[in-house]
Design a binder for this molecule. Sequence first.
Ligand SMILES: NC(=O)c1ccc[n+]([C@@H]2O[C@H](COP(=O)([O-])OP(=O)(O)OC[C@H]3O[C@@H](n4cnc5c(N)ncnc54)[C@H](OP(=O)(O)O)[C@@H]3O)[C@@H](O)[C@H]2O)c1
Length: 298
Amino acid sequence: MNPGIIAITGASGLLGSALCARLAASGWRVRALSRARPASLPRGSTHHACDLPGSIDESAFEGAHAVIHAAYSMRSRGREEDRRTNLDGSARVLHLARRAKARFVFVSSVSAHDAAQGFYGQSKLAVEHTLDPERDLIIRPGLILSKEAGLFARMRRTISTTGLAPLFGGGRQIIQTIHLDDLTLAFQRALELDLTGTLTVCEPTGLTIRDLFLLTARLERRPLRIVPLPFGPAIAALRLAESLRLRLPVSSDNLLGLRSMRLTDPVESLRRLGITPRDAATSLADLLADAPRGGAAP
Ligand SMILES: NC(=O)c1ccc[n+]([C@@H]2O[C@H](COP(=O)([O-])OP(=O)(O)OC[C@H]3O[C@@H](n4cnc5c(N)ncnc54)[C@H](OP(=O)(O)O)[C@@H]3O)[C@@H](O)[C@H]2O)c1
């Protein structure tokens, strides 16, 4: 597909803003959809209001060749609101993409599988099931590694401010990561090649979450104390905190997702895309290269 008009939801977020930047730089005319107007938009892009599920500027879809649906609410006030935003909201964006006859690209996750225990993975899979593999594209990224935001950035801040790594269930779960730049390249390639179906975009091997913490601390030259926590009581405590509307860096749903994490094979997807993403060690070395150092090496 040649670059044309593309509508991107979640344009204020980590991935959405990076997609707006990459696709605008490669010739797409970007329509950025988000609740609040992002602080900066790439040259030539326009902003359109989008508060899912109900309020959406439909003019963003007129004449669009492709729609990337990256918006997702991970921290809302309750399950019913989560359903409305992520399930009804996705159905609404899909309807508008269909009406515009645009290629629909859904940002799913490697957490979307039949054995997913958390609402996150289950809701991603539920949306996938509403799509047509012959005409739509589903991209399932691994854990996005980025300096600015996201789970990894929060994990890194915890290490650098407290020197502690909370490890749930022994930290043996395998995490497959993807550098933000490699992921946005994958979207660009998928659009250029007009791909449909499901693409898994992450490093093939992955590493345990324990090793991800240790590697981050080593590159940051921070001493690290591992704090082992069992899943069951941690999930119960987080549910209690959530019922009291307390906001913590991790949610019970994050832990359910982590507990049901499984190794996935991206090799065929990467071959279709013609990309070789960095592994976690190479991504971290890149992202932490100019990080301020503190503490002694562990
Ligand atoms: N980060 C990862 O490691 C990772 C891995 C795999 C898949 N993904 C997927 O990638 C996509 C983007 O994730 P991200 O890491 O960029 O998350 P993010 O930074 O939290 O961005 C989420 C975006 O969704 C928007 N949003 C939330 N609720 C909304 C609502 N009710 N109406 C309209 N927009 C709403 C947010 O807007 P506001 O700024 O207004 O809140 C934000 O722009 C998600 O679909 C996520 O599931 C992420």
